[in-house]
Write a protein that binds this ligand. Structure first.
Ligand SMILES: Cc1cc2nc3c(=O)[nH]c(=O)nc-3n(C[C@H](O)[C@H](O)[C@H](O)COP(=O)(O)OP(=O)(O)OC[C@H]3O[C@@H](n4cnc5c(N)ncnc54)[C@H](O)[C@@H]3O)c2cc1C
Length: 299
């Protein structure tokens, strides 16, 4: 049995690890040219089902490298004032609770030790099924790969699904989200209370605007060196750190129904998006909040 996985994202690479661990021959095909590409995104919440899958499929040292457990769940106003804080028990079962990971770091973790399995720069175009039950995948560079099973792990706009289930359509949820990543420095640290720093904060804005604030801290510093000497062996053995340029950051996202945002928001970039986020509806008589001008809040 030889399995072809199209897409080297979270699902595809977790499956690739699991199959290899189970002794099944597997190859994954990723459209990006190298593991330094495609490092977008911010926080991904891994729920217990995802944790169990990662724990079962990954080598144990890789599983330990990347996740961060929130210590508090906070509810904030649009001006980043805390209205409620719930302490989450320490030493929780790491599998049966939600964990936070940086998408880019998780991607590097999943690529680690998989050089023989992942083929970069392979953009899948279509497949062909043969009478003997095998299947051939075709790639944009003119190459092909043949196996017994083809797995569609190529994300929301899956080209495999387009061919296999041509009638299936992507349904737009009608929600627009804007997300920011701000470097976590002594200056930005001073803007956050301890609960917000060590927790996951849900923001209830006005007129249906919702947000999330989350701090991602890693076991390595600006230079990529372990912050705590006890982690030296763990990080030395993780080659992904050579490719992952992610450093400590604050992630602030806001989202609401499309019609709460100006026309064309999806085509704006960088500073323009920050301006739109700052102009989002504010309570009457109060200026729009700036994510970087809030003062540390108390409970
Ligand atoms: C750029 C990006 C940023 C994201 N950021 C976040 C985030 O910050 N927070 C969050 O919760 N979720 C985020 N997501 C969504 C989240 O990563 C996915 O929902 C989750 O990882 C599910 O993973 P998946 O394996 O199904 O798909 P994905 O993780 O999307 O992986 C699909 C993979 O297939 C590859 N691919 C696509 N088409 C082809 C093709 N034709 N040939 C070969 N390879 C192909 C893609 O390059 C990608 O590596 C992001 C997704 C993307 C693509």
């Amino acid at each position: 049995m030889h399995v072809l996985i199209i897409g080297g994202g979270t699902g595809g690479m977790c499956l690739a690890h699991g199959l290899r661990k189970a002794g099944v021959s597997v190859a994954a095909y990723e459209r990006y040219g190298s593991r330094r590409d495609g490092l977008y995104g911010y926080r991904v919440g891994i729920d217990p089902t995802g944790n169990r899958a990662l724990k079962e499929c990954l080598p144990p040292d890789l599983f330990d490298t990347f996740a961060r457990d929130p210590r508090h769940f906070n509810v904030l106003t649009q001006s980043l004032r805390t209205t409620a804080t719930f302490e989450l028990p320490e030493g929780r079962d790491e599998i049966n609770s939600e964990r936070s990971v940086s998408r880019s770091t998780l991607r590097q973790v999943l690529f680690t030790g998989m050089d023989e399995v992942v083929h970069h720069g392979k953009e899948f175009t279509h497949y062909e099924q043969h009478p003997d039950g095998t299947v051939t995948a075709h790639f944009a560079d003119g190459t092909t790969a043949t196996g017994d099973v083809l797995v569609a792990a190529d994300g929301t706009r899956s080209a495999v699904r387009r061919q296999y289930l041509p009638h299936a359509k992507i349904k737009d949820a009608g929600i627009t989200a804007i997300a920011t990543k701000t470097a976590f420095t002594p200056e930005t640290r001073a803007l956050l209370s301890d609960e917000v720093l060590n927790g996951l904060s849900l923001i209830f804005g006005t007129k249906g605007m919702i947000g999330m604030l989350h701090v991602m801290e890693f076991k390595w510093d600006e230079q990529g060196k372990p912050k705590n000497p006890a982690d030296t062996a763990l990080l030395d053995s993780w080659s992904g750190l050579r490719f992952d340029n992610t450093r400590d950051y604050i992630n602030l996202s806001i989202w609401s129904a499309d019609d709460h945002f100006p026309e064309g928001t999806h085509h704006r970039r960088g500073k323009q998006l920050v301006d739109i986020a700052l102009e989002s509806p504010s309570p009457p008589g109060r200026p729009p909040p700036s994510p970087c001008s809030a003062t540390p809040s108390t409970r």
